[in-house]
Design a protein around this ligand. Sequence first.
Ligand SMILES: O=P(O)(O)OC[C@@H](O)[C@@H](O)c1c[nH]c2ccccc12
Length: 482
Amino acid sequence: MFLDKIVEQTRKDLIQRKAELPLEQLQQLALEQPRPRDVLEAFEPRDKIHLIAEVKRASPSKGILAPDLDPVETALLYERNGASVISVLTEPHFFLGSPEYLTAIKNAVSIPVLRKDFIIDEYQVYEARAWGADMILLICAILDDQQLRLLHQRANALRMRVLVEVHSREEAQRAIDAGAMIIGVNSRDLASFEMNPYLLRDIREMLPRNQIIVAESGIHTGADVRRLSRYDVQAMLVGESLVVSNNIPDQIDMLLQGANHSTQVKICGLHDTAGINAAVDAGADLLGLIFYEPSHRYIAPEQVPALLKASQSYSQSASGQVRPDLVGVFVNKDASYINDVVEQVGLHYVQLHGNESPEFCQQIKRPVIKALSLKEQADLSLMAAYQKVAWRLLIDTPTPNWGGTGLTSNWELARQAAQHSKIILAGGLTVENVSAAIQQVQPWGLDVSSGVETNKQKDIHKIAAFVAQVRSSSIVGEQGRR
Ligand SMILES: O=P(O)(O)OC[C@@H](O)[C@@H](O)c1c[nH]c2ccccc12
């Protein structure tokens, strides 16, 4: 298995390096280095997704990626185009990395530099510092708890920061217990090389809100980074898609714009396979299921698993395509009922569309989208109490019937709300008006139901046209091109 092989090789190399330069001398070199650059500051502001750009010439899963890559020129290009941290592979056999690259890059750029390697021994921590690293990677999968703690402490004693890499719930818990402040979720399993595009979604909730979360691996397209904006990460670590790009500045721009300024689309009120297939095929980000009986869009929770299974585009999503997230919409139901449905259906988010209180939102076991309607300026203050407890606020048209009326909401008030929080705009959106809505309100996301229906039924052409219109109206489109 690859991980065992590389760890074994690393051990062999270490014996030789230790013989060439004894630990005491190496420690001396490490201590003589100027103080490391401030990694935490590089991730400010925290509500923005930052880029850790990786210098990598090859990888064991993909082989040679960029044989002619000039490490220093590439790192400078990354920095000039908005990267916050540079990651440098120093592993020589499998990734064609080198310590010299790290030192040369450190001397050329003025942002922090991460030593990306398979660190199993404190000797390597001192090496990292002696070579100029400001941060090291520790991979949970190759360390036991005691090693993880010890190496983490050694790095901190040298004032370096640590990116602790996890690829499961168990490892995430170990990282938290070890006191990790920066946790990387690697979607690629280093043992099997398999990608799990849902890993971040599945474990995001157990990760502490005040820690820095880094999404790692397989980040290529506008759709990839739009997903990161849903999982509230602080950074993305990108290698391959940068080093193979023939236009690195454009690729960086697409990743950063897409992660921070794309528009999410939620198609709401889906209750048949045709509608679900159309929403998935169109590339919708969120699918809304209405669990409010009086609605003509109601679907019984117990029918949802079979419905999703019968919807081919959802259940057998094409390779490379990632399924949208599921949102359950409830109106004034008991929290225990909602939490049961969450489990039964496998919901990722809960939308509360009645007059649920902020305290109520806290009883829900998934991130909450709280619907609010804004009638007048004074209603904006209503948002404050919910902002602390809700994941996102959805601004809908004020009506007596809890939404879904097809009437547009107050875009001017929504615009003001969108300036200081991530809102989802709902109410009367259509293919015709959605571009204007994006321009005027600049919401984080859009919610549409009536606007993609004909005679109260979901219209697959309208769904496709709506999503396409959003992608072409947003700052970045599907492939991320402006
Ligand atoms: O090239 P990608 O798919 O953008 O992935 C970068 C990075 O996540 C990957 O290189 C990586 C993640 N964890 C690692 C551990 C060791 C070596 C490499 C890695």
